[in-house]
Design a binder for this molecule. Structure first.
Ligand code: PLP
Length: 363
């Protein structure tokens, strides 16, 4: 058993906060940040302190309405990050086995270790388009598996898992009394109305998400968990040992943002579609990058066919003032994760610099 508290940090998060910035930053995975002045908000919309209790009712109701879930199933949290923490900490005990996708968003893996889980993995393979294989999951499920963890879209590859596949995974979990946690932070980038969520697929599903990636609203820390009421209640009670009370001004601003989300979403979708076209034009010119090209979202995870990614990333940073995420953070060191959600000028120039770095002799 992995000792509880053995993992006390996330290497990736540390890198993202201290070393990912660059003039041409293709390392971020969300939409460019929306400015306060782009939200129609007035001082009357805000207040410093709320009434307390479990959840700010207007925020809970806005999320319940948007995602068509019962308000008793909604737990709010500081971003998807803390939603994942609360969800996992409520679902597993030290020594429980969990099954986590590979490649994985490293903070999820670190969190599972931190909570003392015994972590088993199932592979999402390049040659299968990074799709989830329920057969592979079944092979790795054991009598002690309590939880299967999936990101949808998948970070780092941006690949969508369809509802039929998720239902199959749910049935496998159900047979063994396990649950399925789906981190849907990127699924918001489908921009479907009403939005899609795996929470509706069966009782074994718990989902987490936030307004962070798709809407450029990372700073609001508007995250949530959907779980059946009894489990949701357990999460609220557990939260009393962590954040206890959220930042009320953030809750108020989140309600304002949720009311304007259809407009924000329309702009975000147009922006991403334009940027994806630029990305695809770039990829068409490169036979040294091998990529699964997702039709949605803001990230792509090409394999680099020549040279080492470590050298490429150093060169990109030092000579070309450009950053991408080295695949080593996602357990695939021959890949890079490229984010396309930033402003279009930065993307075009960043991609051109990536091309120039790839063309350097001796890479
Ligand atoms: C899969 C996944 N979950 C959660 C997060 C964090 O989201 P938030 O900023 O809402 O905490 C990220 C950010 O990169 C992510 O990729």
């Amino acid at each position: 058993m992995t000792a509880i508290h053995e993992a006390r940090s996330s290497e990736y998060m540390n890198w993202a906060k201290t070393r990912s910035r660059a003039r041409f930053n293709l390392a971020t995975s969300g939409l460019a940040n929306l400015k306060l002045q782009e939200l129609q908000v007035s001082l009357e919309d805000l207040e410093i302190t709320g009434e307390g209790g479990y959840g700010y009712p207007p925020l809970i109701q806005a999320l319940a309405d948007r995602y068509r879930v019962d308000a008793a199933c909604v737990v709010t949290a500081a971003g998807t990050s803390f939603a994942n923490h609360l969800a996992m900490a409520s679902l597993i005990n030290p020594g429980d086995e969990i099954l986590l996708e590979s490649p994985a968003y490293e903070p999820l893996l670190a969190l599972a270790h931190y909570l003392g889980a015994e972590v088993k993995r199932f592979q999402r393979r390049f040659e299968d388009g990074f799709r989830i294989s329920p057969a592979e999951i079944e092979r790795n499920l054991g009598p002690r598996t309590r939880l299967i963890v999936i990101t949808n879209f998948h970070n780092p590859t941006g690949v969508l898992t369809d509802d039929d596949t998720l239902r199959e995974v749910g049935e496998l979990a159900n047979k063994r009394n396990a649950r399925v946690l789906v981190d849907e932070v990127y699924l918001q980038m489908l921009f479907a109305e009403p939005p899609r969520t795996a929470f509706h697929l069966g009782n074994e599903f718990i989902v987490t998400s936030s307004l962070t990636k798709a809407f450029g609203l990372s700073g609001l820390r508007c995250g949530w968990i959907f779980a059946k009421p009894e489990l949701a209640k357990r999460m609220w009670l557990l939260n009393d040992l962590f954040a206890a009370t959220p930042v009320h001004a953030g809750e108020r601003l989140s309600v304002v943002a949720l009311n304007q989300l259809p407009d924000i979403a329309r702009r975000a979708q147009t922006h991403l579609d334009r940027n994806r076209e630029m990305l695809n034009q770039f990829l068409d010119t490169r036979n040294d990058l091998e990529a699964i090209r997702p039709p949605f979202g803001s990230i792509i995870f090409p394999g680099v066919k020549q040279g080492t990614v470590e050298k490429l990333c150093d060169l990109l940073r030092e000579k070309y003032e450009t950053s991408v995420v080295p695949g080593s953070f996602f357990e695939m060191p021959a890949h890079i994760r490229v984010g396309i959600g930033g402003d279009s000028e930065t993307l075009v120039e960043g991609l051109s610099r990536l091309g120039a770095a790839l063309d350097e002799p001796g890479l």
